[in-house]
Ligand binder design. Structure first.
Ligand code: SF4
Ligand code: FE
Length: 501
């Protein structure tokens, strides 16, 4: 690919507006010709759509935090020589990796949902080392292209989504064995000036709220899968992309008047299916093209970053613990010892998730390319905890909330001239707390454990960044069982035959 190198050219497609803060970011999303479908209808302006807007607000929080707490959410980049949003930073020390986790917890606390921007951060950092290593082996120039693209994104403070998950079709077959070859994203044409890409990416977090996506392979590949080994940056307003919005539980409550029944009126996550219909990508935005042997390292490194990024859920967990404690207050039972114990249990689970994630970041090591990567084993343990503990925390929060959380009449009934007064009388908890506040807190717990933000807090915790079995495979690879057997045999004074039995 070196013959096609044109790394000096400017990037003239996609967003060209610098986004310094949340309002500039939101303004930058207006007027794009993005092909988006929500509930079966084409949406011309997602910024004003009531189902989409809360997810834009959550992404915008990543901009606001950089203004409000620059020590936490910005970093000095030696790549561009300026202070940039931390989500666009290539980690230059283990402390940088740790700071990502601290920022993620803070944003989880601020939004109570998935704020969507970590996927690009983790994609950039894993591609940084992998492109360096591909170039060292093949004499390509992917690493320079990546740095150039990254500088552009840093300069304009853009959102870049890492698009990894393919639809995958028949799971017992590899990409090139599928009846329909498009079920994994692939190169359908190699041209003098670039490549043409076709396929789809599923469950894409924050993609509509992004300026760019970087497609990456989802699964380790064999040499015959060469066309599937593709990484490429595509602007979201490319006419060849179609976005079909994912439904979320209770999502249409956002179409109703009022702000009580939605539970968390301001913030939500976002997932969509991206269909990629023969999109042309010039060589300067191609970051992998056929190097199948580097796909496994890319997937492994991306997941090492991303699985410890899931400490985001501990910030959301902080909100849920606060909501559970508040509803216990409102119900007048905060002094009961079992209530206290349930809050302790929730906190223990939440901090156990955080412990493994932050430890993975502290144990980061320097890659050959010079950036820092978290410890893979601890990162997988973090994510594996995330597949379980939020469910138990949700159960405990529902236990403390009581059944009214799911039997409570609507906001419209509370406001009704005919039944509003009796509802307020009979749904009252402690005398000094209004019924409306009690209902608001119940709706927040409902939102996080059954409603639209349960998508992020529960099912995304289970399947995002890989389902539980994917972490168990990685843990099995890295648990060094033979070394541990030797430790045991030595103390038991058993002579080691060296055969690993
Ligand atoms: Fe970030 Fe968490 Fe959302 Fe992933 S699930 S994008 S780590 S907030
Ligand atoms: Fe995710």
């Amino acid at each position: 690919m070196a013959a096609h190198d044109d790394t000096a050219a400017d990037i003239t497609v996609g967003c060209q507006i610098p986004n310094d803060d949340a309002s500039q970011y939101i303004a930058s999303l207006r007027g794009r010709r993005i092909r988006l479908f929500v509930l079966g209808e084409r949406v011309e302006e997602p910024v004003d759509h009531p189902l989409v807007r809360p997810s834009i607000n959550a992404m915008a929080a990543t901009y606001q935090l950089a203004v409000d707490e620059p020590e936490l959410a910005t970093a000095q980049s030696s790549l561009s020589g300026v202070r940039i949003n931390r989500f666009l930073h290539i980690t230059e020390s283990a402390e940088d990796v740790v700071m990502q986790n601290r920022m993620q917890r803070r944003l989880g606390q601020a939004t109570g949902t998935c704020f969507q921007r970590c996927v690009g951060m983790d994609a950039f950092n894993s591609l940084f080392s992998v492109t360096y290593e591909i170039d060292a082996t093949h004499g390509t120039s992917y690493h320079e292209r990546l740095k150039r693209f990254l500088r552009h994104c840093q300069r304009l403070n853009l959102v870049v989504g890492g698009a990894m998950t393919d639809p995958k079709g028949d799971r017992s077959r590899g990409p090139s064995e599928q009846e329909d070859p498009d079920l994994y994203t692939r190169i359908v044409e190699r041209r003098e000036d670039g490549i043409v890409v076709r396929g789809a990416k599923a469950h894409q977090t924050g993609c509509v709220n992004s300026h760019w996506i970087i497609v990456m392979p989802t699964i380790r590949l064999r040499p015959e899968d060469r066309d599937y080994a593709v990484c490429a940056a595509i602007p979201v307003d490319d006419p060849g992309l179609t976005f079909i919005y994912g439904r979320q539980s209770c999502d249409t409550r956002a179409l109703e008047d009022g702000n009580i029944d939605v539970g968390n009126a301001e913030f939500s996550g976002q997932e969509a299916l991206i269909v990629i219909e023969d999109v042309f990508v010039p060589w300067d935005r191609v970051l992998m093209c056929g190097e199948t042997e580097f796909v496994a390292p890319l997937v492994e490194r991306f997941t090492a970053y991303h699985r410890r990024s899931y400490v985001c859920k501990t910030g959301v967990g902080d909100v849920l613990i606060g909501a559970a404690a508040t509803i216990a207050d409102y119900n007048g039972v905060s002094r009961a010892s079992h209530v206290r114990d349930k809050l302790v249990e929730m906190s223990h689970l939440n901090e156990t998730i955080y412990s493994a994630g932050i430890a993975a970041s502290h144990e980061s090591f320097r890659t050959a390319a010079g950036n820092y990567e978290p410890d893979g084993l601890l990162a997988n343990v973090c994510k594996h905890n995330v597949t379980r503990f939020p469910y138990e925390m949700a159960r405990l929060a529902q236990d403390l909330a009581g059944g009214l959380m799911v039997t409570c009449p609507s906001e419209k009934d509370l406001a009704s001239p005919e039944v509003g007064a009796v509802l307020k009388k009979y749904l009252k908890g402690r005398a000094d707390v209004t019924t409306e506040d009690r209902v608001r807190m119940l709706r927040l717990i409902e939102n996080m454990t059954l409603g639209r933000n349960a998508v992020g807090y529960l099912t995304e915790s289970l399947h995002g960044a890989g389902s539980p079995q994917a972490q168990r495979i990685q843990i099995a690879r890295q648990m060094e069982i033979e070394t541990k057997k030797k430790l045991a045999k030595r103390l038991a004074r058993i002579e080691d035959s060296g055969e690993g039995d």
